[in-house]
Ligand binder design. Structure first.
Ligand code: SF4
Ligand code: SF4
Length: 98
């Protein structure tokens, strides 16, 4: 069950989350574009691993990227193309979180 995070407020444009895979072979990056997100909750509902929590304005918050299996349900089901996921070399800092 996704947790609701009431301390988050509007005004965030986008957020990038990142993790190095357990075998250190790749780095997983996820970006959520909050400018486009309308808070429909589809991504949260369809994530089979319950990776997201919910902000106070019903937008997704990636809280458990370590549980993500890259099933891409959140990417493909978002009607507004807000979420991207990619994998890069673990030493590639060019797409590191700002
Ligand atoms: S790719 Fe799949 S497991 Fe990962 S956050 Fe999206 S829906 Fe959840
Ligand atoms: S499915 Fe897309 S528009 Fe809907 S809450 Fe998730 S990121 Fe926002």
């Amino acid at each position: 069950m996704a947790e609701r995070l009431d301390h988050l407020e509007s005004g965030i444009k986008s957020t990038k989350y990142t993790r190095v895979q357990k075998d250190k072979s790749t780095r997983l990056n996820m970006t959520i574009n909050f400018d486009w997100c309308k808070g429909c909750g589809i991504c949260i509902e369809f994530c089979p691993k319950d990776c997201f929590d919910i902000s106070s304005i019903n937008q997704p918050v990636m809280s458990r990227l370590e549980d993500c299996t890259k099933c891409m349900q959140c990417v493909y089901r978002c009607p507004d193309y807000c979420i991207t996921i990619d994998e890069v070399d673990p030493d590639d800092d060019s797409r590191e979180v700002a």
